[in-house]
Ligand binder design. Structure first.
Ligand code: 26Q
Length: 789
């Protein structure tokens, strides 16, 4: 390893060890690790090719990967070797690892899920490709200026990316706009502009390095530096046009995690990567099959939400326009290849495109979508329309073009059946299935939490890393005082390290013995960070009223970004920072209560915070969070959850036991009923002196003396249209928090409950999730190559 690192430093980077920076060492180490992956990777590709195995294609606009060095080293079993090599070379391994920028090619849950799936597909030996966009700028960087969120461009690619292989020979021409000619019963699309999609491949090697898949990300290039044909015709503008489009199309990730109404560039991004991926997989298929009708036997395509839903019409277009299949047969063939995962019920997040826009950008696809719509009507008269009110509904399109549609938690799937897709569900009663989300135990326990991970391995061996259900064995230790102490000590160590980091990055001193209460996720009204900060103020009030009472010291930790155009979410950030400033400087409460909100929450920060959390905040309005995956990461790392009956919380509670979960709040059904009660929010506020007091303080400017009306709008909104029922759940949330306080004060009981959580979370490995997809949707075999030689 030492020699390989030195060789890369010299031969690949052209650097002399004596004059190398941390960055150089990190790139050299990454290249050395990548070398070790390549053999596994080639072997897997060869085997898939030779056995003509069915391949899975996971299409996702987002892959929220984070850092890779530790992950790759862990999967290859090379962590100790790498550490030793760098140490012998006089370098600090930890500093080298920290030098890597996060690959933040995603907004949140959906993108992180795609990254976890890539790990599991490789670990289970399923031949698979992830397809996405190689954004030049990932999710924006967040700073706070006077408590307000300020965004700047993220720059992960300004440094060399050592993991990827550029594939200049893999290129597809992607057309946009223009017109369609019809003659002799055939359609000919003449695009107005064209860009080239070129591939960058990152090898993804699974646990113990036995199998490797490819994450192929597309980057846009001008179709030719100066489109010669147009230039010769004297059409200088056309020649420049494709160059301008190529420069923007893979430039930046859209930072909204709910649909932003009909942005043309977004539609072009979606088509760009979907079309390139479909062309690529068809080319691969046709290189060793003659009959395109066999496609469904060899290809399973999974759509991560509707973002790649244009894959349906694109497949139909290629099969009918280029391979001359009849339209209805093309539709049926495409359907047998496609699966669609729904991640949201929020009406504003369901993608729809104006027909004018879609027809302008993709004229042939609009014709095909109309044909799909007619085909569906002919087979199922009265079926919901894909095209309605001048809009193309991507959810309906994805549903109709997929042979299976899945929700991401049991509750969510039931709601998918009974709400957004109820009519389609009636027509296709076996199409919707559930696949509860999961997380990779490698990143989210083994790598991110060394103290706990080592303790578990000492106790039950290391088999749990590949088979998380083995954690169940820890249930026998919940009465073992010595083991509980060791379990608490591991948590304590993580908390001490986090406290040091908080002191350094935020300048706030926190007590590692206080309860670390963490809410980290995108800032959204439905996720109710607002309720959390209101409860914080209420607690502060009561501590000040009786500072000598028996309190449980707390550190409230927040992390998360708001979409740049989401005004209310940005106000909530501002409020949290304003409240933090006041509370953290209050000598009366002192160490009893601190509020910490480090800027720029990302995967790396999650890896730091989750192992150190005592309490996990999963407090969304019931029925709104499709699943959540952060909730799983916390419980696995021995945090107790305070949460509503929403998304996967329901299943987590069933697995860990209701006595080890702090439940509060209205159910999804009660939420819907309550909204029908006239003036429900005002009534809830008036019935709660505690909440009225807090809202009064915020509205009066107690936390924003320099601008006392700053939160009039936010507080007024709660009185008048508290759509997410912060007011209705507030008292029950506050009381449940106090119950958590009491349990925490009795430390040993808390530790036993936390251990039950860790021990019971095996089912939430994405191992189980991927096996479910393989069995119910893709019809491929999971071969456990991790255990094979
Ligand atoms: C769509 C169109 C235009 C611009 C942006 C978007 C867009 C981008 C990202 C819409 C939605 C998203 C992301 C959604 C998401 O992350 N959903 C989460 O998915 C997780 C994995 O299934 C669930 O656990 C979460 O509950 C769900 O919120």
């Amino acid at each position: 390893m030492k020699e390989e690192i030195l060789r890369h430093l010299c031969k690949s980077l052209g650097k002399d060890a004596a004059h190398s920076s941390v960055h150089d060492w990190r790139v050299a180490l990454s290249l050395a690790l990548r070398d070790r992956m390549v053999d596994h990777w080639f072997r897997s590709t060869r085997e898939t090719y030779e056995t003509r195995a069915k391949r899975v294609y996971y299409l996702s606009m987002e892959f929220l990967i984070g850092r890779l060095v530790e992950d790759m080293a862990a999967n290859l079993g090379l962590v100790e070797e790498a550490r030793a090599a760098l140490t012998e070379l006089g370098q600090d391994y930890d500093a080298v690892v920290l030098n890597e920028p996060d690959a933040a090619l995603g907004n949140g849950g959906l993108g992180r899920l795609a990254a976890c799936f890539m790990d599991l597909l490789a670990s289970l030996g399923i031949p698979a490709y992830g397809y996405g966009i190689r954004y030049e700028h990932g999710l924006f960087k967040q700073d706070f200026v006077d408590g307000r969120q300020v965004e700047t461009a993220e720059t992960w690619l300004t440094q060399r990316n050592p993991w990827e292989f550029e594939r200049p020979e893999v290129q597809f021409r992607i057309g946009f706009g223009g017109h369609v000619d019809h003659h002799d019963g055939k359609a000919y699309w003449h695009p107005w502009e064209t860009v080239l999609a070129t591939a960058y491949d990152t090898p993804v090697v699974g646990w113990q390095g036995k199998w490797g898949n490819t994450l192929r990300l597309w980057s846009a290039r001008p179709a030719s530096k100066f489109d010669l044909e147009s230039f010769n015709r004297g059409d200088y503008l056309a020649a420049g046009r494709s160059e301008a489009l190529a420069r923007t199309i893979s430039r930046v990730l859209y930072p909204d995690d709910t649909t932003e109404a009909g942005k043309e560039l977004r539609l072009k991004q979606e088509y760009f990567f979907t079309a390139a991926s479909i062309m690529d997989l068809l080319r691969r298929f046709l290189s060793d099959h003659d009959d395109i009708r066999e496609l469904p036997q060899y290809v399973a395509i999974q759509l991560n939400d509707t973002h790649p839903a244009i894959a349906g019409p694109e497949l139909v277009r290629l099969m009918s326009d280029e391979h001359n299949l009849p339209m209805d047969e093309a539709i049926e063939l495409a359907r047998r290849c496609l699966g669609y995962t729904n991640h949201t019920l929020l009406p504003e997040a369901l993608e729809r495109w104006h027909v004018g826009l879609l027809g302008r950008v993709l004229p042939r696809h609009l014709e095909i979508i109309r044909a799909i719509d007619e085909d569906q009507q002919a087979r199922h008269p009265g079926s919901p329309r894909i095209l309605e009110h001048d809009h193309v509904h991507m959810g309906e399109l994805a549903f109709i073009m997929a042979h299976k549609v899945n929700g991401v938690s049991a509750l969510h799937t039931e709601l998918v059946k009974s709400t957004v897709f109820s009519d389609l569900h009636r027509i296709h009663p076996t199409r919707i299935v559930n696949q509860t989300n999961g997380i990779t135990p490698r990143r989210w326990l083994h790598t991110c939490n060394a103290p706990l991970s080592n303790l578990i391995t000492r106790e039950i061996g290391d088999g749990w890393v590949a088979d998380l259900e083995k954690l169940k064995a820890l249930n026998q230790r919940t009465g073992d005082r010595e083991f509980l102490d060791a379990f608490s000590a591991a948590k304590r160590q993580n908390k001490t390290e986090l406290a040091d980091w908080i002191a350094q990055t935020c300048g706030i001193a926190v007590d590692p013995d206080a309860m670390f209460d963490v809410q980290i996720k995108r800032i959204h009204e439905y996720k109710r960070q607002l309720m959390n900060i209101l409860e914080t103020v209420a607690l502060w009030n009561e501590m000040r009223d009786a500072p000598d009472a028996e309190w449980t010291p707390r550190v409230k930790i927040f992390g998360g970004k708001a979409a740049p155009g989401y005004h209310v979410a940005k106000q909530i950030i501002h409020l949290i920072n304003d409240v933090a400033r006041v509370i953290n400087n209050d000598p009366v409460t002192g160490d009893l209560l601190k509020v910490v909100f480090p800027a720029n929450y990302n995967v790396t920060m999650a890896e730091r915070l989750i192992p150190a959390a005592d309490l996990s905040e999963q407090i969304s309005t019931a029925g709104k969070e499709a699943s959540g995956t952060g909730n799983m990461k916390f419980a696995l790392n021995g945090a107790l959850t305070i949460g509503t009956l929403d998304g996967a919380n329901v299943e987590i509670r069933e697995h860990v036991g209701s006595e080890n979960f702090f439940l509060f709040g209205l159910t999804a059904r009660e939420v819907v009923e309550r909204r029908h009660v006239h003036g429900y929010a005002r009534a809830a506020i008036e019935a709660s002196p505690r909440l009225s007091r807090v809202l009064g303080q915020i509205a009066d400017g107690q936390f924003s003396p320099e601008d006392s009306s700053r939160y009039h709008g936010l507080v007024g909104g709660l009185y008048d249209h508290d759509y997410f029922l912060v007011t209705c759940d507030f008292d029950s949330y506050f009381d449940t928090q106090r119950r958590a306080d009491q349990v925490y004060r009795n430390g040993s009981n808390w530790a036993a409950m936390a251990l039950r959580n860790t021990a019971s979370m095996g089912w939430f490995s994405s191992d189980r999730t991927i096996r479910g997809y393989a069995r119910d949707i893709w019809q491929v075999d999971a071969v456990d190559r991790a255990g094979l030689e």
